[in-house]
Design a binder for this molecule. Structure first.
Ligand code: SF4
Length: 330
């Protein structure tokens, strides 16, 4: 590859970290929350946490499936089953999350990065057998004990009755103040669309829900932007089915797939019998890649040329109802 191109990519910060790239999945609330920290302080926290993680040799050993979430109190990314994370509290402190659940531990914002980096290190040092902390027996309890032992001065303990997450909130497409959220079907965007989006000159952030948040859009510029986003295959309609219908990669890209699940999901998106708000995830095999972290109807393609539909829990593995029923021939 041309050395100049490599240098440009590196200067843009797009090269993977040589040793720690697998632990840099940090989800952050994309929309402003009136009782939470400012967008700037949230962005600073993400940078500082990323630097602290990359400076810790032990955490390089963690799996690429590790998810860290910083929720500004909206109740959005804290529900994405993070291994580690924190939720901003109305009093300015942060509640620590471990294994996709709240803990009684809170700390001031100026201690948050060191506490989360320490928790990540304890997680890395735990004799792990599984990919995710939520599946690792005794891991959460062990990390809680270590944090209490080493960071008692920085941490405050909540009463059990006060340990809870804010109500769940998942941003759908739409316009709030000067922010436009556009859904991207299946989270897939062409290079041309990405270039055009960048050319609009707005600050943007991609969300974990197949959408992009575009900041600083004036009322005067809004209509033109929404028209352009629609032309690029996105939607700002909060009732657009792409807010709730998703699919794994499927055929032809995945060898395990029994169907072109995205093609079938696309048809469902444009079918008149779809009810907005019904979450459906199409999968080409029982690995169930990319399932939403919320209760959803799974449509699982089988080798027999059918889809089996089952209501699944947020973990994507546990049926809420037993069995399923065939929907249609592939
Ligand atoms: S769920 Fe199966 S078919 Fe779909 S992307 Fe994953 S491995 Fe491939």
């Amino acid at each position: 590859m041309h050395q100049g191109l490599i240098a440009d990519i590196a200067a843009a910060g797009l090269l993977p970290h040589p040793t720690h790239d697998s632990v840099r999945t940090i989800l952050v609330s994309p929309l402003h929350h009136s009782e939470g920290p400012s967008a700037d302080s949230l962005a600073r926290l993400v940078d500082e946490l990323d630097q602290a993680l990359c400076a810790c040799p032990a955490v390089a050993d963690l799996s690429g499936r590790t998810i860290i979430a910083l929720d500004n109190g909206s109740g959005d990314v804290c529900y994405e089953r993070p291994d580690l994370g924190a939720v901003a509290q109305p009093n300015g402190s942060w509640m620590i999350l471990l294994a996709a659940a709240p803990t009684p531990l809170t700390c001031a914002q100026n201690h948050l990065v060191e506490i989360l980096a320490a928790a990540a290190q304890y997680y890395a040092e735990f004799p792990r057998q599984q990919w995710r902390m939520v599946d690792e027996e005794q891991c959460r309890e062990t990390i809680l004990m270590q944090l209490r032992e080493h960071y008692s001065r920085q941490l405050t303990e909540l009463k059990d009755a006060d340990v809870s997450l804010p109500p769940r909130f998942q941003p759908t497409a739409g316009i709030t103040a000067d922010t436009v959220v556009a859904t991207i079907p299946f989270g897939r965007m062409t290079a041309e669309a990405a270039q055009e989006l960048a050319g609009f000159g707005y600050s943007v952030r991609f969300t974990p829900w197949h959408s992009v948040a575009i900041y600083g859009v004036s009322a005067a510029a809004r209509d033109d932007l929404c028209t352009a986003l629609t032309r690029l295959g996105m939607s700002v309609d909060p009732r657009h089915p792409a807010n709730w219908i998703s699919a794994c990669g499927g055929q032809p890209g995945c060898r395990r797939a029994h169907a072109d699940v995205r093609g079938d999901a696309w048809q469902q998106m444009h079918s008149s019998d779809y009810q907005p708000g019904v979450r459906i995830h199409y999968v080409g095999c029982a690995r169930r890649c990319g399932h939403p972290n919320a209760q959803h109807w799974e449509r699982l393609a089988t080798a027999q040329g059918e889809y089996v539909e089952t209501l699944m829990d947020a973990d994507g593995r546990t049926p809420v109802t037993s069995g399923g029923h065939q929907l249609h021939e592939l």
